[in-house]
Design a protein around this ligand. Structure first.
Ligand code: NAD
Length: 488
């Protein structure tokens, strides 16, 4: 879709279509489970198609692991574990560096595939997901021979076989967040990608082969919730690391209670993006847009609750509404696209249901007018005003391109409203005053607080939640701790 923009000189110009070629994606017709260093059929023979949510076209058939596959995967992982743990630290680093470089080498293919399988704009998969995935492997490659520095100079050892379950919003990046620290610490890993976006994890399996990673060190077990549930409950798993919804996180915690198996949970959020009257408002508006429309709002830490100081409310909303009209929604493979497809029909239904609830509860809805493609799953960027803190759209995670605006008068009220959530994953603060930013940041119950920026990720920085957003940290030295046992 092209859009017209009237500039100050009144020249009207359009974006020409700029679709990325899909020629260099070497997609197979079907993918098995990646166990013991090779692709194999699932024991019960179950394959399920994965589709492109922007077109609804089938991309490939992917094996779904059943309980017997989980048992077999754990057996091969257990036999690979002692050798991998005993490997010299710098040898482990060598493999992680190789994987990082191969991700870089195949970055274009990975970016296009991530966009085709998940619906996110190519600009994001190319500039954010894939480079950050490589950066995580590079970062943790550097830690392999310094693990004790990361845990207060204690003597540590790996846990063994770790089960890792990831969601569909950042498929390769979440896999990298999980696998890189686990392998660096000397563990072997069984990763279960999400049912709607398994393809880049399977390409990562090919990369593991290319990197000559010893068989069994990484297992990729595509499947659905049942596969994940079987992995969580299987014998022979020494740790579970989960990223996904709070509901499933709760189920996992209940299943593991009393077993002694350590667990980390990276769950949902309803993060506050707080704009004070002294902020640079144009920059703040860019941050609001990035905070909620990046990846169609399918971001755990999305700035979905916009808190604006009352004195600048009208100005911020006017600027935001104007800026929202510049967003280009359409073909995710087009390099000019800002807002791609919603990941699945199910997710679209959930967004529509919560938006309808917002209208029904009395909030004012504004959705930008734009042409939605005929096929695929789409939702146009939406803004809610007249929102009360009790409205469902102010409380529940929508996980779509929908921002709810609330207002505050004083700093104390801003803090109170921002913390008025059962979640505590992230927050943003927009102000020109450094002292105010630090004061507010200290008072916010959120794992990550960004100041005058939003959705800024770095492998050296810890990420994780408070309250119902989970526990445990990923990234930086803090991300090593969940994968190590302190010996003394
Ligand atoms: P989801 O919880 O439905 O699924 C996540 C993963 O868990 C998938 O691989 C799924 O197959 C698997 N799963 C489903 N049921 C399971 C069960 N009973 N036992 C074990 N595994 C099971 O979440 P989703 O819809 O895929 O992802 C969206 C959610 O993820 C949002 O709530 C979002 O906020 C959260 N998320 C959090 C972070 C973070 O770092 N905190 C990052 C990304 C996404």
């Amino acid at each position: 879709m092209s859009s017209s923009v009237e500039t100050r000189t009144s020249i009207v110009w359009d974006y020409a279509p700029a679709p990325e070629s899909v020629d260099h994606v070497r997609l197979k017709d079907r993918y098995g489970l990646f166990v013991d260093g090779e692709f194999r059929d699932p024991i019960d023979g179950r394959y399920v198609s994965t589709i492109n949510p922007a077109t609804e076209d089938r991309l490939a058939d992917v094996a779904f692991g059943g309980p017997e596959d989980v048992t077999a995967a754990i057996q091969t992982a257990r036999s690979a574990a002692p050798k991998w743990a005993a490997l010299a630290d710098l040898e482990r680093a060598k493999y992680l560096f190789r994987i990082a470089r191969l991700i870089q080498e195949r970055s274009r293919e990975l970016a296009v595939l991530e966009t085709m399988d998940g619906g996110k704009p190519l600009r994001e998969s190319r500039d954010t997901d894939i480079p950050l995935a490589a950066a995580h492997f590079f970062h943790y490659a550097g830690w392999t021979d310094k693990l004790h520095y990361g845990v207060n100079a204690r003597e540590v050892e790996p846990l063994g076989v770790v089960g890792q379950i990831v969601p569909w919003n950042f498929p390769l990046l979440m896999a990298a967040w999980k696998l890189a620290p686990a392998l660096a610490c000397g563990n072997v890993a069984i990763l279960k990608p999400a049912e709607t976006t398994p393809l880049t994890a399977l390409l990562l399996a090919e990369i593991c082969q290319e990197a000559e990673l010893p068989p069994g060190v990484v297992t990729i077990l595509p499947g659905d919730g049942a596969t994940g549930a079987a992995l969580v409950r299987a014998d022979g798993i020494d740790k579970i690391a989960f990223t996904g919804s709070t509901a499933v996180g709760r189920d996992i915690q209940a299943a593991l209670a009393g077993t002694g198996t350590p667990v980390t949970l990276e769950l949902g959020g309803k993060s506050a993006n707080v704009v004070f009257e002294d902020a640079a408002l144009d920059q703040a508006v860019e941050g609001i847009v990035n905070g909620i429309f990046f990846n169609q709002g399918h971001v755990c830490c999305a700035g979905s609750r916009l808190l604006v100081q009352e004195s600048v409310r009208d100005e911020v909303i006017a600027k935001l509404w104007q800026r929202m009209h510049r967003l280009r929604l359409g073909d995710p493979l087009d390099k000019n696209t800002d807002v791609g497809a919603i990941n699945s029909a199910e997710q679209l239904e959930r967004i529509e249901m919560l938006v309808a609830a917002g209208v029904q509860e009395g909030a004012s809805r504004r959705t930008i007018e734009c042409e939605l493609p005929e096929r695929g799953y789409w939702f146009a960027p939406t803004l809610f005003t007249d929102v009360s803190p009790a409205h469902r759209i102010a409380v529940e995670e929508i996980f779509g391109p929908v921002v709810s605006v609330l207002t505050f008068r004083t700093q104390a009220e801003a803090i109170e409203k921002a913390n008025n959530s059962r979640y505590g994953l992230a927050a943003g603060i927009w102000t020109d005053k450094g002292s105010k930013a630090f004061e507010v940041a200290r008072a916010l119950k959120a794992g990550v607080v960004w100041q005058n920026t939003y959705n800024h990720f770095d492998p050296t920085a810890a990420f994780g939640g408070y309250k119902e957003s989970g526990f445990g940290r990923e990234g930086g030295p803090a991300g090593l701790r969940p994968y190590l046992r302190v010996v003394r």
